[in-house]
Design a protein around this ligand. Structure first.
Ligand SMILES: CCCCCCCCCCCC(=O)SCCNC(=O)CCNC(=O)[C@H](O)C(C)(C)COP(=O)(O)OP(=O)(O)OC[C@H]1O[C@@H](n2cnc3c(N)ncnc32)[C@H](O)[C@@H]1OP(=O)(O)O
Length: 189
């Protein structure tokens, strides 16, 4: 197991509070959605906007599915990752338990899209999220809903380290966590 203390420090460094409009920190440097050091990543830059989060994003040739059209998995990746920035507003680490994407129109390579996500409700350790991906004319091309489940930072320490560079390879372990985990963060709203 990676160092839980290091993971706690990683979370504490990022947890905020973050004022309205502030750019939010990446989940970690190698994150596929937002990590600045992931050569294959989307490099999302996400800001707090009121009670939600927002980002502008341009998909490139690495993300293509049908010619000129962004792969649905890439669309799901950025919607998931953007939704995962809400944990900084909720105030606790959390992971996606379910993600549902509606693909309304083709998402195009090389076009700027505006993404927004917000928490729609909370219930015990779960929070429910809605997100949209729209073009700059305001036409929504994809939407998602997600269920996030709050976890303790030890959840992340089970499978690898978060400090910069290549992630530590996972240890042989149960792929599933045992029992319910407590969240460590302060609830902020
Ligand atoms: C250091 C910081 C770095 C911070 C880094 C943050 C990174 C974020 C990155 C972006 C997001 C990601 O990619 S996250 C990575 C992808 N996601 C994951 O790896 C999660 C994999 N899943 C798990 O590990 C596990 O399912 C847990 C730990 C989340 C929970 O396990 P569990 O305790 O056994 O519980 P489980 O059966 O899964 O159910 C959890 C609750 O969800 C409910 N539930 C399940 N599906 C639904 C549903 N469709 N609608 C309503 N509720 C649902 C269940 O009823 C239950 O409610 P109730 O009984 O409680 O009422």
């Amino acid at each position: 197991m990676a160092d839980v203390e290091a993971m706690l420090a990683h979370w504490a460094e990022r947890a905020g509070p973050h004022p309205d409009g502030a750019m939010l920190p990446p989940h970690h440097e190698q994150c596929l959605g937002c990590g600045p050091d992931n050569a294959h990543g989307h490099h999302l830059q996400v800001n707090r906007r009121g009670d939600g989060v927002a980002a502008d994003h341009v998909f490139d040739d690495r993300h293509v599915g049908a010619p000129g059209v962004v792969h649905g998995g890439a669309v799901a990746t950025v919607l998931d990752d953007l939704s995962g920035f809400l944990l900084y507003l909720v105030g606790t680490p959390a992971v996606t338990r379910q993600l549902t994407v509606d693909y309304l129109s083709p998402v195009l390579v090389g076009v700027t899209y505006r993404m927004e996500a917000r928490v729609t409700s909370r219930e015990d350790r779960k929070f429910f999220v809605a997100a949209t991906l729209s073009d700059l004319d305001g036409c929504t091309v994809a939407t998602s809903t997600a269920v996030f489940v709050t976890v303790g930072v030890e959840h992340f320490a089970r499978h690898g380290a978060v400090s910069g560079g290549s992630p530590t390879p996972p240890v042989a372990d149960d792929h599933r966590d045992s029992g319910r985990e407590g969240a460590v963060g302060q609830q902020r709203g």
